[in-house]
Design a protein around this ligand. Structure first.
Ligand SMILES: Cc1cc2nc3c(=O)[nH]c(=O)nc-3n(C[C@H](O)[C@H](O)[C@H](O)COP(=O)(O)O)c2cc1C
Length: 214
């Protein structure tokens, strides 16, 4: 097997599984493009009584209780990072934000500079805040000094079918999980993240080699 072209962490929050499924698809796309991939959910912070109130949420928490939880090492290790969250009142979930708010130490050491970052989300209504959530997540990349990577419209599928150049997104109508359109967009986003991140990493390695030789 050839060496991975770059390292990618897919870090997400999900309460009922939509974003979890998209995170897996994005990770698949990145792995297919040659990256070494970690897919990690962030820690649940909601109180048990809030979770118990929603059967789907309680089921998801139970189903994923043994999944690996994101750590700061997953952030530091990755050359490229995809962040995913369901839309909550037009922005990211507090659970993802709580995790991101623990990255100050890495930020202070310039360890987040030049990583490639991209974001994805899910809503329940078509105009319920897909773009505002992705833009709000992306703000973290600006502060980190990372390179913000949109999904774009490179593939005609993204223009004709999924339609959101900001990032893969899914409109969860009638409680059904992500459809093939959303999952395909997520795979494409993972592929693009891995492709561009590999270029950045190769460029950095080439520059380091030139500097050490001179
Ligand atoms: C507290 C709360 C706030 C929400 N806010 C929005 C919203 O602003 N716009 C929207 O379209 N959907 C909203 N939703 C719906 C979720 O974003 C949507 O169901 C999402 O697909 C869930 O993803 P998950 O299965 O990964 O948790 C909200 C849900 C909850 C519980």
């Amino acid at each position: 097997m050839s060496a991975p072209t770059c390292t990618i962490s897919v870090i997400y929050y999900s309460s009922t599984g939509n974003i979890a499924a998209m995170a897996d698809a994005l990770g698949e796309g990145a792995a297919a493009a040659g990256a070494q991939v970690r897919v990690r959910k962030v820690r649940e912070t909601a109180p048990p009584e809030a979770i118990a109130y929603n059967e789907k949420w309680a089921d998801f928490v139970e189903r994923t209780k043994d999944d690996e939880v994101a750590t700061l090492d997953d952030v530091e290790w990755a050359d490229g990072i995809a962040l995913g969250s369901p839309t909550r009142f037009g922005g990211p979930a507090s659970q993802l934000k709580a995790f991101l708010d623990t990255t100050g130490g890495l930020w202070a050491q310039n360890k987040l500079v030049d990583k490639v970052g991209t974001s994805f989300t899910s809503v329940s209504t078509a105009h319920g805040g897909l773009e505002s959530t992705i833009l709000a997540i992306n703000n973290h990349f600006y502060h980190w000094g990372s390179i913000v990577l949109p999904l774009g419209y490179e593939n005609p599928f993204l223009l004709k079918e999924s339609g959101n150049p900001y990032g893969a997104s899914f409109v969860a109508r009638k409680g059904a999980g992500p459809d093939e359109v959303a999952l395909t967009a997520a795979r494409m986003q993972g592929e693009r993240l891995a492709r561009v991140t590999a270029w950045i990493r190769a460029g950095r390695q080439a520059q380091a080699g030139t500097e050490s030789a001179s």
